[in-house]
Ligand binder design. Structure first.
Ligand SMILES: Cc1cc2nc3c(=O)[nH]c(=O)nc-3n(C[C@H](O)[C@H](O)[C@H](O)COP(=O)(O)OP(=O)(O)OC[C@H]3O[C@@H](n4cnc5c(N)ncnc54)[C@H](O)[C@@H]3O)c2cc1C
Length: 293
């Protein structure tokens, strides 16, 4: 199938893109890498009247480190994230995670802004933004808004962006020297959307977790920053303590069922991921043995 007829405009600046979008509401769509938008249009899941192509706006591309803060422009492609020495040094979680986003051909065109605006709950990058405590910077006719990643994702393909706003960039603190991370997802094949996944950032002090943030993806309608992490911070983690935290996790997830997995399978996989994560972060393989029924 092919997309319905639509008008096309190539924006020459951010201000021009906002002018083009004004008044159209959700009858217009922004085009970045097109890796999610074009398939949706070709399947006629959406039929916008106007496409505003922002792909040539160099001002929205690039990675910068300013003091302790990393800033990534919305049009920065997945492949640029993967190859960035700045990210490898200051956000190694993101370097690892982006290798799981789709396949090389898609990573060559798809952008971080497109991925976050698309807000697929099975996507890797939204969960990374939540765990990294990122701020999403958006701009509209009335000016700029800065939205905490945790508040940005509202549901399946739903965000705090209005249709007449552009996602401009994301900002987040550089990883502290003593921080460490964990990333893993279950998918049928490498590069497929996850069935269940976990992005985690931690500070390990001796054999204790001084800080721990866990963002699960594909187990709810948006990334889930797990409260269960708080049960493991600044305590001696025994198998019993971990089991209690896993029970808290199971209670706070509300996974969807689809052709890939039932809700209970997703809940189980999330617990497996959390046990593996804690065992890996603390270098305690014993914690991963026998805690999950
Ligand atoms: C076969 C296949 C497998 C895939 N697997 C994965 C996967 O495993 N993990 C994953 O995360 N993704 C996956 N994707 C999606 C892919 O990563 C897309 O690149 C990404 O989701 C969207 O980025 P894009 O730049 O192509 O956005 P586009 O397709 O151009 O846009 C996506 C949506 O975001 C909006 N948008 C784009 N940019 C902006 C902006 N700056 N401001 C406001 N709105 C904007 C568009 O209007 C549209 O609604 C897959 C895609 C395909 C086709």
């Amino acid at each position: 199938m092919k997309a319905s007829a639509f008008s096309y405009a190539r924006a020459t600046s951010v201000a021009n893109a906002l002018e083009l979008l004004a008044g159209y509401g959700d009858r217009a769509k922004v085009l970045s890498g097109g890796q999610s938008l074009m398939p949706a249009m070709n399947l006629r899941l959406i039929s916008p009247e106007l496409i505003v192509d922002i792909g040539e706006l160099a001002e929205l591309r690039g990675i910068a480190v300013r003091g302790d803060v990393l800033s990534i422009g919305a049009l920065t492609r997945h492949v640029d994230l993967q190859r960035s020495p700045e990210l490898a040094a200051h956000a190694p979680l993101l370097t690892e995670a982006v290798a799981h986003v789709a396949h090389p051909a898609i990573r060559n065109r798809g952008t971080i802004g497109g991925s976050l605006a698309h807000a697929d709950p099975a996507s890797e990058l939204p969960a990374c933004m939540v765990v990294l405590n990122a701020t999403i910077v958006v701009r509209g006719a009335k000016g700029e808004r800065r939205i905490a990643a945790e508040d940005f994702f509202k549901g399946i393909y739903e965000t705090a962006l209005s249709p007449e706003e552009l996602l401009i960039s994301v900002e987040f603190p550089a990883a502290r020297k003593n921080s460490t991370h964990f990333f893993h997802e279950f998918a049928r094949r490498h590069g497929d959307y996850a069935i269940a996944g976990l992005a985690a950032q931690a500070i390990v002090d001796g054999n204790v977790l001084a800080d721990l943030r866990l963002a699960f993806f594909a187990v709810g309608d948006r990334p889930v920053l797990a409260e269960a992490a708080s049960k493991l911070i600044k305590v001696a983690v025994t198998p019993a303590v971990l089991s209690k935290a896993l029970a808290v996790l199971a209670g706070e997830l509300d996974p969807q069922e689809d052709q890939q997995a039932s809700a209970s399978m997703r809940r189980h996989l999330a617990k497996v991921l959390m046990a593996r994560c804690v065992a890996a972060l603390l270098g305690r393989p014993d914690l991963n043995a026998g805690v999950i029924a």
